[in-house]
Design a protein around this ligand. Structure first.
Ligand SMILES: Cc1cc2nc3c(=O)[nH]c(=O)nc-3n(C[C@H](O)[C@H](O)[C@H](O)COP(=O)(O)OP(=O)(O)OC[C@H]3O[C@@H](n4cnc5c(N)ncnc54)[C@H](O)[C@@H]3O)c2cc1C
Length: 550
């Protein structure tokens, strides 16, 4: 029976860094992720030879030399410098607010002139408030005008902020903007940090490097004692995973006990759907069994024999769904996914389906069509690990049979079965488009600051990694329009909401987490706090350090 030192839920930067450090100490780690890929939010999808930041533009920046050296020891970073441009009604302004912006705004050419103009506009805003009998800004609009004046507020802040928050600036509290720094120099570098850049070859290289056994790992190459080494990582080319980190993506293991407990004796979960719906679903399932896809046939070949020692059913009705394959005795569902499963709407439906199926105690394991056809042996090995993990449900208790310690980087409220209520998030919807031109906007990031344009930013991904003429080496380009969107369960939970309700709720969950034995909660979701990439890496380093000293 396998036993790991750490079972790490989530292969984002926190989980991957933690695994890397543990592996360096000769520990064995199993990293699992419910997404079909490693890397969490920094994952990049290859589109037309360009790394598309699937979960939003990510620019690494830090002033911590140790952190910079650490990430560069994994993969070299390029010279990308974040210099966003704002588009207001077709006129372009450099960001952050600096001498270029002031020249574009007012035609001023010296710092003295710019300073005088800003002070004049700030005084006007303060005078207006006084005339209205107000001493302190009552809302974000007044606050911004006191800090920077009317012109910059109206052209570069107002519309953008209203789109971001989905509310008028006059309805937003003033504390959202505490400071609005201005630079009286010609400097478009957005960050004040000493170091910034993008991993050469994209963020997947960073994650692959972290999850590859470090060269000084005592267990490097020790494959026999570690049964799944070199076998289960779905995305890492095998030569990378040579040590003590196993990775299994596409697996969603229930953390909490099932809501509906049914025994196998009741005919395979039939009672869960209503009788009429069941008849219809069963008829449809029968049809589907007769007309399997190529990948489904190939998978059935793999699991219908005796090799795995368990029985699988195909196109099986569970609750209100027909699942591709189910092993009822181990409570494992296997879904064979085509390309459409990565589209937004489908991802949301998959989420709702997963919630229901997990509530019956099932683990869901997703495999891509191509993989079943091209790598059947790897699929079988992953399936063995998935079957083994499915026995550990609910993971909150069952992890003890799999590992000494659980490192959890998923949502903290989900870990505790939402017992105090759901935490809220803000999210962003991305509309991606491939354009048949080499260069669309000449910059990676363009903010649209007028309210009438519905999106907040357009990201042109190739500019993160291609500079100067090399932009033209790739004939197409990919852009993402970003829309701030109200979050609902099933959408990507991007930013924690900093208000009284959510802060109080998060504090309650954190208190529970602190009392949970042998579980480390880390990263943006498990701590319910916004982290940039460098701080999340530093936090994982601290968490591992604390653990290893215990
Ligand atoms: C839109 C956006 C833009 C950003 N831009 C920048 C930037 O420019 N610069 C910067 O420094 N930082 C940026 N960040 C922050 C950066 O994304 C985070 O610091 C970093 O990704 C956090 O890593 P993590 O491991 O905590 O979380 P994540 O990357 O979210 O990883 C958590 C992983 O856990 C998995 N998971 C969760 N629950 C389960 C479960 N039950 N079972 C299995 N797997 C599970 C998830 O699928 C996910 O893969 C940005 C964030 C967002 C949202």
């Amino acid at each position: 029976m396998e036993h790991y030192d750490y079972l790490i839920v989530g292969s984002g930067l926190f989980g991957a860094t933690f695994a890397h450090l543990a592996c360096k100490d000769g520990k064995r780690c199993l990293v699992i992720d419910k997404r079909p890929h490693m890397g969490g939010n920094v994952y990049c999808e290859q589109v037309e030879g360009i790394n598309m930041h699937k979960y939003g533009a990510h620019i690494f920046h830090t002033s911590n030399k140790k952190t910079w050296d650490f990430v560069n020891s994994i993969v070299e970073f390029n010279r990308y410098t974040n210099s966003p441009v704002a588009n207001y009604k077709g006129k372009l302004y450099n960001l952050p607010f600096n001498m270029n912006t002031f020249y574009q705004m007012w035609g001023v050419t010296t710092p003295e002139e710019a300073h005088a103009k800003i002070e004049e506009q700030k005084s006007e805003a303060i005078a207006k408030m006084k005339a209205d009998g107000i001493s302190e800004p009552r809302n974000l609009e007044e606050q911004a005008q006191v800090l920077i004046g009317k012109d910059i507020y109206e052209r570069l802040i107002k519309g953008y902020t209203e789109k971001q928050w989905g509310r008028k600036c006059t309805e937003l509290p003033p504390f959202i903007i505490k400071r609005l720094p201005v630079r009286l120099v010609f400097d478009n570098n957005y960050f004040n940090d000493t170091y910034q850049g993008i991993p050469i070859g994209g963020y997947n290289k960073l994650i692959e490097g972290l999850l590859r056994a470090p060269s000084n790992s005592p267990r490097r190459g020790e494959t026999e004692a570690v049964p799944h080494c070199n076998t289960v990582s779905r995305d890492i080319p095998s030569e990378f995973n040579s040590g003590c980190i196993d990775v299994l993506t596409g697996i969603d293991v229930p953390i909490n006990p099932p809501k509906h407990e049914y025994s196998l004796d009741n005919g395979g979960y039939r009672e869960l759907s209503d009788p009429i719906a069941y008849e219809m679903l069963e008829a449809r399932a029968k049809e589907m069994r007769k007309n399997p896809t190529e990948a489904e046939s190939a998978f059935w070949e793999l699991v219908s024999g005796k090799e795995l020692g368990v029985k699988f059913r195909r196109q099986h009705v569970i609750g209100n769904y027909i699942v591709d394959f189910a092993c009822l005795e181990k409570k494992l569902i296997v879904e064979i996914d085509g390309g459409y499963h990565s589209e937004d709407e489908q991802e949301k439906n998959d989420y709702l389906r997963s919630v229901e199926l997990k509530s019956y105690g099932f683990t869901i394991f997703r495999i891509k069509n191509e993989e079943v056809i091209s790598s059947p042996e790897a699929v079988v090995r992953k399936l063995q690990l998935a079957l083994w993990l499915a026995e550990k449900v609910p993971l909150r208790e069952g992890f003890r049979e799999a590992s000494d310690t659980l490192v959890y980087t998923g949502p903290i409220d989900e870990f505790f079965d939402f017992k105090f209520g759901r935490l809220n998030y803000r999210t962003v919807r991305f509309e991606n488009e491939v354009l048949y031109m080499p260069n669309y906007q000449g910059n990676a990031v363009v903010n649209y600051t007028e309210a009438e344009v519905p999106y907040t930013r357009v990201i042109e991904h190739k500019h993160f990694e291609m500079f100067g003429q090399t932009v033209y080496d790739v004939p197409k380009t990919i852009i993402s329009r970003e829309y701030s969107t109200e979050w609902q369960p099933g959408m990507e939970p991007y930013y924690p909401v900093n208000d009284t309700r959510n802060n109080e709720l998060a504090a309650k969950y954190r208190a529970e987490a602190a009392a949970e034995p042998n579980v480390i909660f880390g990263g943006r979701l498990a701590e319910y706090r916004y982290y940039d990439m460098a701080p999340v890496i530093e936090s994982a380093v601290r968490a591992y350090g604390n653990r290893s000293r215990e």
